[in-house]
Structure formats: structure tokens, C-alpha cells
Design a protein around this ligand. Structure first.
Ligand SMILES: NC(=O)c1ccc[n+]([C@@H]2O[C@H](COP(=O)([O-])OP(=O)(O)OC[C@H]3O[C@@H](n4cnc5c(N)ncnc54)[C@H](OP(=O)(O)O)[C@@H]3O)[C@@H](O)[C@H]2O)c1
Length: 275
């Protein structure tokens, strides 16, 4: 039996435990998965004794600060500057599977990001993780963020580290209208539309067109206002559980070297969300 866990603060509402417990059950593995509430000031002490665990998932507020306690980083974690998975053997290695989770969710809908024009709304932690991965996949990227300077900074960080050019613009109606006409894929990586403000959307319905693939990283509600509008317009839509489950699945591949039961993990998350 191996022990795994999620560290964060708070960790009560996390979907990680549900997903991993279901994966262990389906794969008939005896492992345990714990939710470990670790405050910022407790992180150093916790990481010193983390050898009891074979692996950890990491969430807010530790995704960046945990790096100070690791021996090694994967290329993705190094690029993004944040970690969501730690493999613990004689050394501790940090990974970031959020970006690949997004790419796998696109692939599941037969969407290959290579050469696609992708408009990403937002410049926070989630946007950062997916932008680096989409750049590595060969997508043509534009960031639209409410605070334009943050978007510009993120675009130049991606350019500096990957050599791939990323455009940045404000998240206003006029810029959005022009950018959406150009885009193949629209990804909402802002928190707009998240429960309890489920009636909000970052993009007015009249700006959408049926040729777009629309993905929302917000997964509560499962069908956001943006996704509902997009479905009604005739777009292909991908909900936030896609990325959530695929980042967890990738983390299991890293920690255990197993092929995760993605469909069952998704079912467990969707059922938990509708509790
Ligand atoms: N599906 C998944 O696996 C997954 C993974 C991670 C995150 N998420 C979801 O993704 C969302 C973003 O998470 P995060 O960690 O990136 O959060 P974050 O770091 O706090 O960033 C929030 C982003 O949303 C923008 N924003 C917030 N309120 C806005 C508003 N009223 N109008 C326009 N823009 C607004 C912010 O713009 P400013 O820069 O202007 O403040 C910023 O770009 C959350 O809903 C989270 O649950 C999903």
C-alpha cells in the first residue's frame, strides 16, 4: 500500500480525492489518498516529513512555493513556474500536468492544437499553465485579459521561454469581436461564470460563431453560460471537467506508471459535482 495526498489550503472541496480513489478502486490498487490541509507557514515542516508519501498533488496556495522544497523539476513545471504533482522517491521531483490536461481534453474531442489559432481569456494561474503547453504543441496564441498588462507580461514570458510569439489584448467587446472572428479555438481561463455567478459570461453570445471550438476551464457549473450559448450557436464545446480529469490522469501516469481509467474518473467527478 502506498500513500498519496493533496496538499493545499483549503482542501475540503477538492475533486482530487474523488478522482484518485475511483482510479485506485477500478485498478484494484490498495493505495490511500488523503486530503492534507497545509497552511502556508506549515509547508516547509510538512515537506521535510513528506517521505511517508509516494506522491502529492499540490493546489492553492502552494503551487509556486512548493518548488523551494523540491530537488528537480520537469520541463513543463520549469516553464510554468508552478507544480501540481510531486513524485517522491529518494529525491522529490515536481511536475505540472495542468497544461497537458487541457491538451488531452482537446484531443478527446479530436481537436489537435497544432497550427490552430487559440484565443485564451485570462492571465492567471490556469491560463499560464495552458499557454505554455499550447505553445509547445505549436498553437498560434492570443491572450485577452481584463488587466491588459498582466496579459502582456504573460505573453512575453511565454515568448522568452519558448521562442513562440503570443499576442496580448484587452478583454473588451471590440477586441474580442475581431479576435474571435480569427480564432479556431476559444478557451475561457478566467473565473467568470463560476458558481455562484453562473449567469455571467466573458463573451456575449452574439460574438460566437458555429465554427469555433469553445472550451471553458470553469467546471462548476458543468455547463457554464458560455458553453450553453456556444452549444446553442452550434459550436463544439468542451467543459472544465475534461481538463480536470486529464490533469489528474496524467498525474497518475507519473506517480504510478499506470494507464488511468479516465471515463470512470470523469463519472466520479461529475457525480460529486451534482451532489
Ligand atoms: N478545469 C480545470 O482543471 C481547472 C484548473 C485550474 C483552474 N480552473 C478554473 O479556472 C479559473 C481560473 O483559475 P486561476 O487559478 O487561473 O485563477 P486566478 O489565477 O485567480 O486568475 C483569474 C483570472 O480571471 C480573470 N477574472 C476574474 N474576474 C474577472 C472578471 N469579472 N472579468 C474578467 N476577468 C476576470 C482575472 O483577470 P485579472 O488579471 O484582470 O484579475 C484572471 O485572468 C477558475 O474558475 C478555476 O476554477 C480550472
Amino acid at each position: 500500500m502506498k500513500k498519496f495526498g493533496l496538499i493545499g489550503h483549503p482542501v475540503g472541496h477538492s475533486m482530487s480525492a474523488v478522482m484518485h480513489a475511483e482510479a485506485f478502486r477500478i485498478l484494484d490498487l490498495p493505495h490511500k489518498y488523503e486530503l492534507i490541509d497545509v497552511r502556508q507557514e506549515e509547508l516547509g515542516e510538512f515537506m521535510k516529513s513528506a517521505g511517508d508519501y509516494s506522491g502529492l498533488n499540490v493546489t492553492i496556495p502552494h503551487k509556486v512555493s512548493v518548488i523551494g522544497y523540491l530537488d528537480e523539476l520537469s520541463r513543463e513545471a520549469e516553464l510554468v513556474g508552478a507544480v501540481n504533482t510531486v513524485k517522491i522517491e529518494s529525491r522529490k521531483k515536481g511536475y505540472n500536468t495542468d497544461g497537458i490536461g487541457c491538451v488531452r481534453a482537446l484531443e478527446e474531442m479530436d481537436v489537435d492544437a497544432k497550427g490552430m489559432k487559440v484565443l485564451v481569456l485570462g492571465a492567471g494561474g490556469a491560463a499560464r499553465a495552458i499557454l505554455f503547453q499550447l505553445a509547445l504543441e505549436g498553437a498560434k496564441l492570443t491572450i485577452a485579459n481584463r488587466t491588459r498588462d498582466k496579459g502582456v507580461e504573460l505573453a512575453s514570458s511565454v515568448k522568452d521561454k519558448t521562442g513562440i510569439n503570443v499576442d496580448a489584448m484587452a478583454l473588451d467587446e471590440k477586441s474580442l469581436k475581431a479576435a474571435i472572428l480569427e480564432a479556431d479555438i476559444l478557451i475561457n481561463a478566467t473565473s467568470v461564470g463560476m458558481h455562484p455567478k453562473g449567469e455571467e459570461t466573458p463573451v456575449r453570445k452574439s460574438l460566437l460563431n458555429k465554427d469555433l471550438v469553445v472550451m471553458d476551464l470553469v467546471y462548476n457549473p458543468l455547463e457554464t453560460r458560455l458553453l450553453k450559448d456556444a452549444r446553442e450557436v452550434g459550436c463544439s464545446t468542451i467543459d472544465g471537467v475534461g481538463m480536470l480529469v486529464h490533469q489528474g490522469a496524467e498525474s497518475l501516469r507519473i506517480l504510478l506508471g499506470v494507464e488511468p481509467p479516465v471515463a470512470a474518473m470523469r463519472k466520479a467527478v461529475v457525480s460529486k459535482l451534482s451532489d
